[in-house]
Design a protein around this ligand. Structure first.
Ligand code: DCP
Ligand code: MG
Length: 361
């Protein structure tokens, strides 16, 4: 069977690059995307010039300043990056529908069926890289391979503006030589344990049978058994952007008082959060729905300042909306929906932005 053709595209120092694009006087300078150095803010990313000084994501802005006092500090403009990301994904979709976004600046594309350039994955990757450069004036790096694992490792291999191709016959050697921390799922804790067993590179893991790998490291052990042998069966799974997530309860017995509705909303807010979490989304808008026995219904919405992902927030807003209502009659159905969704991992980044603004005030 022909192997799959998977590419992983990752923008180079994404937030920083966008800011440098939009303000050319920043080009070639160390640029740090964060709140001011005298705040408690954290670095989102840094230009490659700043990275030479040891500045990187998740460092405190203060430490970044100590390492590179001449750096230009710029607060993140999240809406702008989202707009760029949207255009980026439009480009991806010209080549395949099998696009799996990982974050604003990163995606897997399965181009096995793309007929361009005689189905040469390398040439398609080059075309995508050029299209991004010409249309968005931004550079990205791309990994080209036969599975997700190697495509992702490839995109990080020659940054910035690199393309790394890992052919099927090179996969095993590549993974054998790789630092064990480069494999998915290996965080700090796992790394320490792996080191205790003398595992520093991919090939060090080959000493374990599948059974032993599982016994020692559980699920991670099974995936490392495969990954360190360049085997990765994860498929590129595109999904349609959910517009809203919600939950409705048709009541066994009608209710009519605010106290009763309030209690049920609290329950529904748990289930709504469970569903939005399952979809890995945060939300900015909460809507309640109240349907009466005579089938008339009302919906009321409130939008928040920040994206959120907690049951407390859903419940609080639902209760607030309920408070404004004048209930009139027997209620047969209640519902809560959240909308204005965002990728879950962007919620945490955004909270940091919130802190930036608080700090500069
Ligand atoms: N980001 C963030 N906090 C982090 C990591 C990332 O806010 N801890 C944001 C800023 C980045 C963007 O997400 O610009 C993309 O993350 P990447 O990990 O892809 O990092 P960069 O694109 O900035 O750099 P690289 O060129 O190494 O990919
Ligand atoms: Mg990136």
């Amino acid at each position: 069977m022909e192997s799959a053709k998977i590419i992983h595209v990752d923008m180079d120092c994404f937030y920083a690059q966008v800011e440098m694009r939009d303000n050319p006087s920043l080009k070639g300078k160390p640029v740090v995307i964060s709140g001011p150095p005298n705040s408690r803010s954290v670095v989102c990313t840094a230009s490659y010039e700043a990275r030479k000084y040891g500045v990187h994501a998740a460092l405190s802005a203060f430490e970044a300043y100590k390492r590179c006092p001449e750096a230009v500090f710029i607060p993140p403009n999240f809406d702008k990056y989202r707009a760029v990301s949207k255009k980026l994904h439009e480009i991806f979709h010209r080549y395949t529908d099998l696009v799996e976004p990982l974050s604003l600046d990163e995606a897997y594309l399965d181009i096995s069926q793309c007929e361009l350039h005689g189905n040469s994955a390398t040439l398609i990757a080059q075309e995508i890289q050029n299209a991004v450069l010409e249309e968005l004036n931004l550079t990205c790096s791309i990994g080209v391979s036969f599975n997700k694992l190697l495509a992702k490792i490839g995109s990080d291999y020659k940054k910035p503006f690199g393309i790394t191709v890992i052919q099927p016959h090179e996969g095993l050697k590549f993974c054998a030589n790789l630092d064990i921390k480069a494999f998915p799922g290996v965080g700090k804790k796992a790394r320490t344990r792996l080191h205790e067993y003398g595992v520093y590179t991919g090939s060090d893991f080959h000493q374990f049978s599948k059974e032993k790998a599982e016994r020692l490291f559980g699920k991670l052990g099974i995936s490392l058994y495969q990954y360190t042998r360049a085997v990765d069966n994860r498929i590129v799974s595109p999904y349609r952007e959910p517009k809203s997530v919600g939950c409705e309860y048709t009541l066994h017995e009608n209710v009519s008082t605010k106290a009763e509705v309030s209690k049920i909303f609290e329950e529904i807010s748990h289930e709504t959060l469970r569903r939005v979490k399952k979809k890995k989304r945060g939300f900015k808008t909460v809507t309640i729905k109240i349907k009466y026995q005579d089938f008339t219904q009302i919906t009321r919405s409130k939008s928040l300042v920040y994206y959120e992902q907690s049951q407390e927030v859903i419940n609080k807003v639902a209760q607030e909306l309920l408070n404004y209502e004048h209930l009139n009659g027997e209620i047969r159905l209640l519902g809560i929906t959240v909308s204005n969704l965002i990728e879950e991992e962007e919620v945490a980044k955004q909270l940091r932005i919130e802190q930036v603004y608080l700090d500069v005030r």
